[in-house]
Design a protein around this ligand. Structure first.
Ligand SMILES: [Zn+2]
Length: 58
């Protein structure tokens, strides 16, 4: 299995953030959640209740 999309949508500001590289740390507009890890691993910042998972594996 490979990660083809590393992304989440914040439930508070509805901002969609995606990480495209190992050190590509992105945070949503309101700052509650963030993503990192690109296509190597999924790193999540914030609580599970605060975002909707949008990642895809192949
Ligand atoms: Zn947000």
């Amino acid at each position: 299995m490979k990660i083809i999309r590393n992304a989440i949508r914040c439930k508070h500001c509805h901002n969609e953030v995606s990480s495209e590289d190992k050190n590509d740390f992105r945070i949503c507009k309101c700052g509650k959640v963030g993503v990192d890890g690109g296509y190597d691993y999924l790193r999540r910042i914030g609580s599970l209740d605060d975002y909707e998972e949008l990642s895809e594996w192949k």
